[in-house]
Design a protein around this ligand. Structure first.
Ligand SMILES: [Zn+2]
Length: 295
């Protein structure tokens, strides 16, 4: 497996950013019944038979129009409408993770990322004025002072830490105190201001598990707009082996051999993260093939 096989990063759409200012083109596409529109009520979408519902432009409610982009000749928009239009069958991105269609995922993470940002960014950070959306949802401009605010993405590192040389190398996984018994995953944390990715990996691993890391290499990344993270997947080589967990973010961390991981995953005493997560991709990259069971 390579970084390019990470779920959510497959089949990206063309964001056609130059069309965000092309009003006549937008009007033409909006008049085309073949254009697909994802309706968000605040930060929730409607499900039909377990699938995310897309509609034609004439079926979309009033709201903030967001140009997502084009794929296979079809233009896709989102409309962010008032949260009040949502019924019981509407759900946020977290509720979609298990049903999400990989083909749709790039559109969904784009739309949810914009919707979460607009929802959370009401007032100008300079003068307190109200923001209004511009460029089809991709800029907010203050109606008082004109300050422009761009969407933010928070970088977070997520890493599989290994010790030793293949095939006898071991992999370090940790568990959060609130998780059900048996659940383990890769360590992760946010990049702090002024910190490189490599420094963030070494700091987070040491803070959470007491393990020292030397070499860090890039694996791949996954957008995770809950609400606005970009998960930067890394491979980290340990230079020490003694685990000393912080007890707060991580209550236990363990080294697994491949044999232990397979045996415990088959028994169900070890439960690994779901197939769509980059943590799963990282663990299976180390392991060398698919493993049974998931959250
Ligand atoms: Zn302002």
């Amino acid at each position: 497996m390579t970084g390019t096989e990470i779920a959510f990063s497959q089949h990206p759409h063309d964001r056609i950013g130059h069309r965000r200012t092309d009003e006549s083109w937008v009007a033409e596409m909006w008049a085309d019944p073949g254009t697909r529109v994802l309706v968000l009520a605040g930060t929730r979408v409607q499900l039909h038979d377990g699938k995310v519902a897309w509609v034609s432009p004439h079926e979309a409610p009033d709201g903030i129009k967001v140009l997502l982009g084009e794929r296979d000749g079809v233009v896709h928009f989102a409309v962010i409408a008032s949260g009040s239009i949502a019924g019981d069958d509407w759900t946020g991105l977290r509720g979609l993770v298990s049903v999400i269609d990989e083909d749709q995922a790039p559109f969904l993470v784009h739309a949810f990322g914009i919707a979460e940002w607009i929802w959370a960014t009401r007032h100008c950070i300079r003068c307190g004025g109200l923001y209004e959306p511009m460029l089809l949802g991709h800029v907010l401009r203050c109606t008082d002072c004109g300050r422009e605010e761009f969407p933010r993405t928070d970088p977070a590192v997520i890493m599989v830490v290994t010790d030793g040389e293949y095939p006898d190398d071991r992999c370090l996984l940790g568990r959060h105190p609130a998780w059900p018994p048996g659940r383990y995953s890769t360590l992760a944390g946010f990049v702090e201001p002024g910190e490189s990715i490599e420094q963030a990996v070494r700091r987070e691993v040491h803070e959470e598990s007491g393990i020292h890391v030397g070499e860090v290499s890039y694996f791949g990344s996954q957008p995770w707009p809950l609400p606005r993270s970009l998960m930067i997947g890394c491979l980290a080589k340990a230079t020490s082996t003694e685990v000393d967990v912080d007890g707060e973010e991580i209550e236990d961390a363990r080294w697994f051999t491949r044999e232990q991981m397979r045996a415990e995953a088959e028994e169900g005493t070890l439960v690994l993260p779901g197939g769509i997560s980059i943590s799963r991709s990282l663990i299976e990259h180390w392991y060398g093939e698919a493993l049974p069971g998931q959250w």
